[in-house]
Design a protein around this ligand. Structure first.
Ligand code: GLA
Length: 391
């Protein structure tokens, strides 16, 4: 695996800190954040998504202990956590929960996981919708699989990382983030069927086009409660149809006729939510055809449509994200833009002609400062491999 200078320095930072604290030579695991090109809030409805792992990652240095103790340090936050593998309780620090949740799942499945020493750090901004939490869960699953020789395959680690978030952290997330973090492949997006979990790597060779993330700097604090509410609204829609059509189990099985007939008259809000999901799933499939035909402008148009749906029908956007998308909409150098991830803050994803990136970042930052009175952060992302052993 080729590692860049920036990665080398992050790896040495966590390794040195680990050496200072524990005087041992650790394994180091890299686990990346993700972007999603299109297909938002479709994963838990058993639809399709199109994510990719990115160049921003968490690095976890770890060794096994002979007892049941957990000595864990977040080097970025300068926090330490101590606990025991056989007494797993949610922590007031919050970040340990992503790690503890994974231990809990492994132990539930009968794996003999004991204590460990661990230092982790990295550069996935927290609360920016780039899935730092999934990266931390995946880093933990991968690391424990290595140091305890559990022999788990990648998909098993993905599923238990997702379950850790559902059960220990309490966010009813789908499988997309953990799947992308683990299965990512350099220069490819993953077309994942979230029902069968069949997937295909689609080359993402957009010559002359870069992925630019605009971080609204709004932390998605509403995200977990509203996220769970959206999920329940989708399930409510399915139940309204399922009583007439027993073959319907998720919104994946639903079309507009069914929604119009059974959901619209019963609950207009649930109808609006479900309509977004059904349309988004159709959009993703059409967008994959665009990619195959190299029709990037049509692909980009669909991203704008997704944003519209997320903002107006699914109502998971916020004024700052809407501002950022509106601001670039008529710029000919921007092929597509939309809010990304769970919503209520975090980043927009923009496909931008490479030569115009510098200017766009400068101009959008100025407009954002003026219009929203907030600082904008911009990241130009590349698509990289998924979770792996660095050393
Ligand atoms: C969050 C969740 C994912 C997915 C997205 C929305 O990132 O963790 O499972 O549902 O929101 O597409």
């Amino acid at each position: 695996m080729i590692i860049t200078d920036k990665e080398t320095s992050l790896v040495s930072q966590v390794t040195e800190k680990f050496n200072d604290l524990f005087a041992e030579d650790p394994l180091v695991i890299r686990s990346p954040g993700r972007v999603n090109l299109i297909g938002e809030h479709t994963d838990y409805n058993h639809g399709f998504v199109l994510p990719a792992a990115i160049d921003k990652a968490i690095y976890m240095a770890i060794t096994r202990r002979d007892d049941n103790e957990l000595h864990i340090v977040s080097s970025d936050l300068d926090h330490s956590y101590r606990g025991k593998v056989n007494q797993l309780e949610p922590s007031s620090l919050q970040w340990p929960d992503y790690i503890l949740g994974v231990i809990q799942q492994l132990r539930k499945d009968g794996h003999a996981v004991g204590g460990f020493n661990c230092v982790f750090g990295g550069e996935i901004p927290l609360g920016a919708g780039l899935s730092s939490s999934a990266a931390l869960e995946c880093a933990t699953a991968y690391s424990l699989n290595e140091i305890y020789g559990l022999g788990l395959d990648t998909l098993t680690m993905v599923k238990l990382s997702q379950k850790a978030e559902n059960e220990f952290v309490g966010v009813q997330c789908g499988i997309m983030d953990q799947f992308a973090s683990m299965f990512g492949k350099k220069d490819h997006v993953i077309r994942l069927d979230c029902r069968s979990l069949e997937y295909e790597y689609v080359p993402f060779n957009m010559d002359g086009i870069g992925i630019v993330l605009f971080d609204s700097n709004v932390k998605h604090s509403l995200a977990s409660s509203e996220y769970n509410t959206r999920r329940r609204q989708c399930e409510a829609g399915v139940r309204m149809i399922g009583s007439h059509r027993p073959e319907v189990h998720r919104l994946r099985d639903v079309n507009m006729e069914m929604l119009d007939e059974w959901v619209a008259p019963a609950d207009p809000l649930v109808y609006q939510r479900c309509r977004y999901v059904v349309k988004e799933n159709e959009r993703l499939l059409a967008a994959c055809d665009d990619l195959q035909r190299d029709d990037i402008s049509s692909f980009g148009e669909r991203m704008f449509e997704t944003h519209e749906g997320l903002s107006r029908q699914y109502e998971v956007s916020c004024v700052e994200l809407d501002f950022l998308v509106d601001h670039v909409r008529d710029n000919p150098a921007v092929l597509g833009a939309r809010m990304m991830g769970g919503g209520f803050g975090g980043c927009t994803i923009n496909l931008v002609r490479t030569e115009a990136i510098g200017e766009l970042v400068a101009q959008t930052s100025a407009a954002y400062a003026k219009g929203m009175k907030k600082e904008l952060k911009a990241y130009v992302s590349t698509i990289e491999n998924g979770t792996s052993l660095v050393r």
